[in-house]
Design a protein around this ligand. Structure first.
Ligand SMILES: Nc1ncnc2c1ncn2[C@@H]1O[C@H](COP(=O)(O)OP(=O)(O)OP(=O)(O)O)[C@@H](O)[C@H]1O
Ligand SMILES: [Mg+2]
Length: 269
């Protein structure tokens, strides 16, 4: 069994990334959330608690969506934070090993992280978030050669189970289902998925396709989270937005070393 120093004092600190995207996103994160958004996350926390009431011990939840840029990472961070607020011991893992954002958003070290843990390079990967003493974070680490296969290995299941012995919740920020197979491959390590849909942005057909794929995994979709009905941002990430057909996870993206599953279509139907 792997032993982890989860809530010890020996954790590193880093400053929050000051690039404009992440600064802008800070208004959607944790203590900066509007009253309504914070309440919505508390409702989500309650619903998840009921949905997984029969799961003994740590509940392991994957956050995913149909395609890129639909709000998965912000949802994962806010859900983990909201669970920690109620006193639950929570570990947030950036399991989007291809386009990780948690380290930058929370001002943590990107590596070593989950990929180094899964490949057995080190177990010293747990960082303190500074947001709440109950919230620990494992950032993505470096980009592994085969992220999807790595997440599907038996070791991933045993690592998460070992971590879970000291925790109430593990929240995994995952890549989108229609673009790469990672979120599907890690299914057997999870108790359920939370599926994020971005209002005015996630296409109906693409959402349906993604849900169909998740159904094959036999891991339950616990619920759907709809984010962002802000008209300004709908314009910004519209039909032919920057994550179109050859989107950033896609065949012609900067991640062409990673296997491309179905390729992304346009964002809206
Ligand atoms: N609740 C929200 N309200 C308004 N805007 C949001 C919300 N959630 C996300 N966004 C916007 O969507 C963008 C993408 O969010 P995020 O990085 O969480 O998506 P993602 O699905 O994790 O993307 P990726 O597929 O790249 O991992 C953010 O930069 C933010 O501007
Ligand atoms: Mg993300």
């Amino acid at each position: 069994m792997i032993k982890f120093d989860l809530f010890g004092k020996n954790k590193k600190k880093q400053t929050v990334d000051s690039s404009s995207d992440y600064l802008r996103d800070r208004e959607y994160i944790c203590e900066n959330l509007s009253f309504q958004a914070a309440e919505a996350y508390k409702m989500l926390r309650t619903s998840i608690g009921f949905s997984l009431a029969s799961v003994k011990g740590c509940k392991i939840i994957g956050i995913t969506s149909a395609n890129g840029s639909e709000g998965k990472s912000l949802c994962a961070i806010n859900l983990a934070y909201t669970l920690a607020l109620q006193g639950s011991k929570v570990l947030l893992i950036d399991a989007d090993l291809r386009l990780p954002t948690v380290a930058k958003r929370l001002g943590l070290n990107k590596a070593p992280g989950f990929s180094e843990l899964l490949t057995g390079q080190t177990e010293n990967v747990i960082q303190k978030s500074e947001l709440n003493p109950n919230l620990m974070v494992i950032t993505s680490g470096g980009l592994p050669a085969h992220p999807s296969e790595l997440l599907g290995e038996d070791r991933t299941v045993s690592v998460l189970n070992s971590l879970g012995r000291m925790l109430d919740y593990i929240i995994l920020d995952l890549p989108p289902v229609n673009e790469v197979s990672d979120a599907l491959n890690v299914s057997r390590a999870l108790d359920g998925y939370v599926f994020v849909v971005k209002s005015g942005y996630s296409g109906k057909t693409l959402v349906k396709q993604a849900v169909e794929k998740l159904k094959f995994t036999n891991t339950e979709i616990l619920g759907f989270v709809m984010v962002d009905d802000d008209k300004d941002s709908i314009g910004k990430y519209g039909k032919y937005g920057k994550y179109g057909k050859y989107g950033k996870y896609g065949k012609y993206s900067e991640y062409q070393t990673s296997e491309n599953v179905d390729g992304a279509g346009s964002k809206q139907d």
